[in-house]
Design a protein around this ligand. Structure first.
Ligand SMILES: Nc1ncnc2c1ncn2[C@@H]1O[C@H](COP(=O)(O)OP(=O)(O)OP(=O)(O)O)[C@@H](O)[C@H]1O
Ligand SMILES: [Mg+2]
Length: 506
């Protein structure tokens, strides 16, 4: 299969999200699209998937011109898009989600049995252990990605597009994912992936195309490039990054957060087991671990979204009971960036300005209605848009119209700008381009450097290593080890994440 886009252009209002893009995708090849947040990557693949109509340009498949006018049509042509956020019906089972595309005709028991067999076969071929009868919302994000892959293969897709697939995968899941797409390519599929991980692009693809502000700026052969070169092509020269503060010897750092023997239960199972940890002023404590080992549940207990079954949580020496932390979040003493921003983050139909400021305004007692609110909100928004480089820089844009990465920046800007005493931040750079990642890391360090306490949870080990002053590793609900960033080689981290090799390991 050879899919070619010729001079494809797509405008939103005054902005050309894609500006005369010409690019080809071929069977047997893994092709990466790179570019800053808002560069136009998702727009391009949504055109291929029949979700958007281009304003100009043409598309051909194996030399025949096509116009892809609906997702259904795209699937009929053999094109499937696995989007960044799972497109699944959570209340249906895994199997029902997978075969939804084949819903046509009656579903007799015999047909269902045959389909189930086919699905089991595909899943087994991919090396997935999917529970077909589980409710889709109850399985991990990694498993949801597997569900979507099985669904595209069942639909007979020959060009499979992944929009930031590894964002929600653990390192081990990512490795398995790359082995799988390599195999699919070898079987004759054409693969397109969008990523912000430059090393992934170099290691796993055969062609890299770089977009910038809607235009194609470079096509690169992965074997002949470096991450630094790619970063420069994408964003120009990277901003310099604030260095760690100099240690002032003898300085006493107060403990800000103290978690003492905290346990959390779910369905009568202990998912956090008597965890104790502290985070002091001027310190970033990183929590690493394979998703699902209790670290997110502990964070939820700290911020009052879950009730601990035992133990104490103390902030600045004061014991905080269940639900009290939420008040501290409202009062800006605690800044919280949740792991699942898609679910918890934004009011999509509201403007960027309102998303940046509605809480602030309510809290600071500015009049809620009228001109004053409007002006204050616009000023505040403009400042944050500039500081966090939110694109497009228009306070009135609806948040849902922003690119994925720019939505992330919006949420981070809202929290980081408040200078919280305690910052609890999950996956801060997920979905961000290299430039934006540098800015966000910078902001997290600034909170630390201004004597705040930071608890960082991240599935990205580079992020954990680059930011943390101390690293705690979670395994099966407990801390399986503590490392300094210098000691935290991938091997040691990997061992601890698997439950082996720690001083604290049982
Ligand atoms: N439905 C829409 N309405 C208005 N503008 C849109 C819409 N979808 C995308 N845009 C704009 O088009 C531009 C490109 O967005 P796109 O989502 O393609 O970026 P991206 O390269 O995928 O970025 P990211 O890495 O952040 O996901 C952005 O300026 C975005 O705000
Ligand atoms: Mg995108």
């Amino acid at each position: 299969m050879h899919v070619r886009l010729q001079d494809v252009t797509k405008r939103f209002g005054g902005i050309a999200a894609n500006d005369a893009i010409t690019v080809s995708f071929q069977s047997g090849k893994i092709h990466t699209l790179l570019g800053e947040n808002g560069a136009g990557k998702t727009t391009l693949v949504r055109i291929l998937a029949g979700l958007l109509n281009p304003d100009a340009g043409s598309i051909s498949i194996d030399g025949h011109p096509v116009s892809i006018d609906s997702p259904k049509h795209a699937i009929a042509l053999g094109i499937a898009l696995v989007s960044q956020h799972p497109m699944i019906a959570g209340h249906l089972t895994v199997l029902e989600n997978i075969i939804a595309a084949r819903a046509g005709g009656q579903r007799t028991i015999i047909k269902m049995k045959a389909l189930r067999g086919e699905v089991e076969q595909i899943a087994a071929d991919c090396g997935f252990k999917l529970d077909l009868d589980a409710k889709a919302q109850s399985i991990s994000l990694g498993a949801q990605k597997q569900l979507e892959i099985v669904r595209t293969l069942l639909s007979g897709a020959r060009l499979i597009i992944f929009d930031e697939p590894t964002d929600v995968l653990t390192p081990a899941e990512s490795d398995a994912f790359f082995v799988l797409i390599r195999r699919l390519a070898d079987q004759g599929k054409a693969i397109v992936m969008i990523t912000h991980f430059l090393r992934e692009a170099i290691a796993h693809s055969q062609a890299i195309t770089i977009l910038k502000r809607g235009r194609l700026v470079a096509s690169v052969v992965p074997a002949e490039t470096t991450p630094a070169q790619l970063a420069e092509l994408m964003v120009g020269v990277l901003p310099s990054i604030v260095a760690a503060t100099e240690e002032t010897p003898g300085r006493v750092r107060k403990t800000v957060l103290e978690v003492d023997n905290v346990s959390v239960e779910e369905d009568r199972r202990q998912i956090v087991r008597r965890v104790s940890l502290t985070v002091s002023e001027g310190e970033i404590v990183g929590i690493a671990g394979v998703a699902g080992n209790g670290q997110e549940d502990l964070i939820e207990a700290i911020v009052g979204l879950r009730q601990a079954t035992e133990g104490r949580i103390t902030i600045d020496g004061t014991h905080v009971g269940f639900g009290e932390t939420r008040k501290l979040i409202r009062d800006d003493r605690i800044g919280y960036v949740p792991p699942d921003r898609h679910r918890d983050g934004l009011a999509g139909v509201m403007s960027v300005a309102d998303n940046l400021s509605f809480e602030v305004l309510e809290r600071r007692g500015m009049s809620r209605f009228g001109l004053r609110r409007f002006q204050a909100s616009a000023r505040h928004a403009s400042r944050l848009i500039e500081r966090y480089r939110i694109q497009p820089p228009r306070p009135e844009t609806a948040a849902e119209k922003l690119s994925g990465g720019n939505q992330q920046k919006l949420i981070l800007a809202r929290v980081l700008d408040r200078n919280p005493r305690l910052l609890i931040v999950c996956n801060p750079s997920r979905g961000l381009d290299v430039g934006a990642t540098a800015w966000v890391w910078d902001s997290v360090r600034r909170v630390r450097n201004e004597n705040g306490a930071v608890l960082l949870l991240s599935g990205d080990l580079d992020e954990i290593r680059s930011l943390s002053d101390r690293i705690l590793v979670f395994f099966r609900g407990s801390v399986s080890g503590e490392l300094s960033p210098d000691e935290a080689s991938s091997e040691r981290l990997g061992l601890l994440m698997g439950g082996a090799g720690g001083e604290h390991a049982a």
